[in-house]
Design a protein around this ligand. Structure first.
Ligand code: MSP
Length: 506
């Protein structure tokens, strides 16, 4: 039985690519923020990502490059690892579908479902979109093209194995209806039920014979396992399901959250739960389908050539400015627009001004007026109570927002407290207090309150902007990680250095 204190969160496993864009980073940055937040709350978190390395698309690309598929993926998989490193992604597991443990598990899953009669042999006739690795029926096409990516589909006819989706249709609908949190946001749930499940599920073709770059079906070596069956299994193969040591599977499964982009929610809320039902396994608690990052209204895409390498943004603006922008700008679940102008505007207004100036001014005043030693001398005024109440309430607001994955609103709440702290400076006018020796204790109390607001905000910012959080706490020179206003400790401040520079728009 899974312990309530564990939290298993996954991103999709990525097609290895030499051309990742900021849209790809989106799923991973959000997952990272959620994983870090859950760790902050004390959960034993397992955060998994990885690469989806089989399929015709990869086989074709390797052929074009004149290398074997394995050589091809070995070389470019490093791109994902490097990119996640430069974005400070704190994954615990990185699964490659070419890993031995994964290959063996997929083979065992396939055998088990075949023995059970949920996978059977037949003939596949139909339409296939190679870029999406998706089968379609003629009625699902949009103007004769793939409904997901708008590209050409081609006819395929081959002997194949099928997974009995139809057998589980009613059970799936019942499950979705009885577990309102399973598919989120709500709109995606309705879309899945009305557009895909209710019209009737056709059995899914789960093996291919027309190419060989895939996991071989053990009892019928002409066949390789369909990439989506292969890929979806990653969520349990990585935990050792059906292997000699399945202790992590026992510990972490079922997943708390599969975070996926909206275009692949269909696989995660129809095929995956049915695979799990057929395997007699519990279903994940939630599949959340987020919207896309778009540029000028269009999906970011290689063919449109409308993007720069995300590493260039990190280089130009800093990793936390990029993380902040992506997390803050997009209201979760909806599409959001990425633009460098908006990134610069947010960096200047929120990071350099609201946050950076506050930290710099406050620490400078602490150094200037009290040589960096600031205690709570408790010369309070009415205005303090409200300020302290807001600081103490922040952890609750952030928890409430994060529990429903409203990441942008959680961050907004932190920045609202920072804004309030700036206002507290205007209201208490420390520079005027500093002119009168009799008011020195009041001045120290004011600075203490400000430092506490900054400390609590810095601790709560850690999941979203980990480096910035560490840097602020370093400048405050404190080890305290409590998420509430502390009454009584003594700051020995370091020298401030600006944490975000204003970016000049040329
Ligand atoms: N390999 C499959 C997933 C298999 S999971 C069992 C896949 N890979 S992907 O590389 O194409 O996409 C990985 C993630 O990036 C998906 O969640 C996808 O939605 C996300 N994004 C790709 N482009 C995106 C945007 N422009 N905006 C936001 N996310 C997008 O699908």
């Amino acid at each position: 039985m899974k312990n309530k204190n564990t939290y298993y969160i996954t991103t999709p496993i990525y097609y290895p690519s030499a051309n990742f864009h900021i849209g790809h980073c989106y799923t991973t940055i959000i997952a990272d923020a959620i994983a870090r937040y859950k760790r902050l709350e004390g959960y034993d978190v397992c955060f998994q990502t990885g690469t989806d390395e089989h399929g015709q698309k990869i086989e074709n690309k390797a052929k074009e490059s004149g290398v074997s598929p394995k050589e091809y993926v070995d070389e470019i998989v490093q791109n994902a690892i490097n990119l996640w490193d430069s974005l400070n992604i704190s994954y615990d597991k990185f699964l490659r579908t070419t890993d031995d443990i994964h290959v063996k598990t997929v083979q065992k899953i396939f055998e088990k479902l075949y023995e059970k009669g949920d996978i059977y042999k037949g003939e596949y006739k139909g339409l296939y979109c190679t870029p999406c690795e998706s089968f379609w029926t003629a009625s699902q096409l949009v103007e004769g093209k793939c409904p997901d990516c708008g590209r050409d589909v081609h006819e395929v006819k081959e002997e194949a194995y099928f997974l009995k989706l139809s057998k589980y249709q009613d059970r799936l609908v019942k499950y979705i209806e009885e577990h309102p949190g399973f598919i989120q946001p709500e709109s995606r749930k309705n879309e899945m039920i009305n557009n895909f499940i209710q019209p009737g599920l056709e059995d899914l073709c789960v093996s291919r014979t027309s190419f060989s770059w895939g996991i071989p079906v053990t009892f019928d070596q002409n066949h390789v396992v369909y990439v989506w069956l292969d890929a979806l299994s990653n969520y349990i193969s990585s935990l050792g399901y059906m292997s000699e040591d399945d202790s992590e599977f026992q510990k972490y499964w079922p997943a708390n959250l599969h975070l996926v982009g909206k275009e692949i929610i269909r696989f995660h809320t129809i095929v995956w739960p049915i695979m799990l039902m057929a395997l007699d396994l519990p279903l994940p608690q939630q599949v959340f389908g987020h919207g896309w990052l778009v540029i000028n209204g269009a999906k970011i895409s290689k063919s449109l050539g409308n993007y720069r390498d995300p590493r260039e943004y990190i280089c130009d603006y800093g990793v936390d400015a990029v993380r902040y922008f992506v997390l803050r700008e997009v209201s979760f679940g909806n599409d959001g627009t990425f633009s460098e102008e908006a990134l610069v505007a947010r960096t200047n207004a929120d990071l350099a001004n609201n946050l950076g100036n506050l930290v710099n001014r406050t620490i400078s005043m602490g150094n200037k007026y009290f040589n960096g030693s600031v205690k709570n001398l408790k010369i309070t005024e009415e205005i303090d109570a409200d300020f302290i109440h807001i600081i103490n309430d922040l952890v609750n607001v952030v928890r409430e927002k994060m529990n429903i994955l409203h990441v942008s609103e959680a961050i907004a709440a932190i920045f609202e407290v920072l804004r309030r702290a700036n206002k507290y400076i205007d209201e208490t006018t420390p520079w005027i207090l500093a002119k009168d020796d009799h008011l020195s204790d009041r001045l120290q109390t004011v600075l203490y309150n400000l430092l506490e607001s900054i400390r609590v905000c810095a601790c709560l910012l850690a999941p979203f902007m980990p480096d910035t959080s560490i840097e602020i706490l370093k400048q405050l020179n404190t080890q305290h990680q409590e998420l509430e206003y502390l009454d009584d400790h003594c700051y020995e401040l370091s020298q401030p250095t600006p944490i975000f520079q204003r970016i000049d728009v040329k």
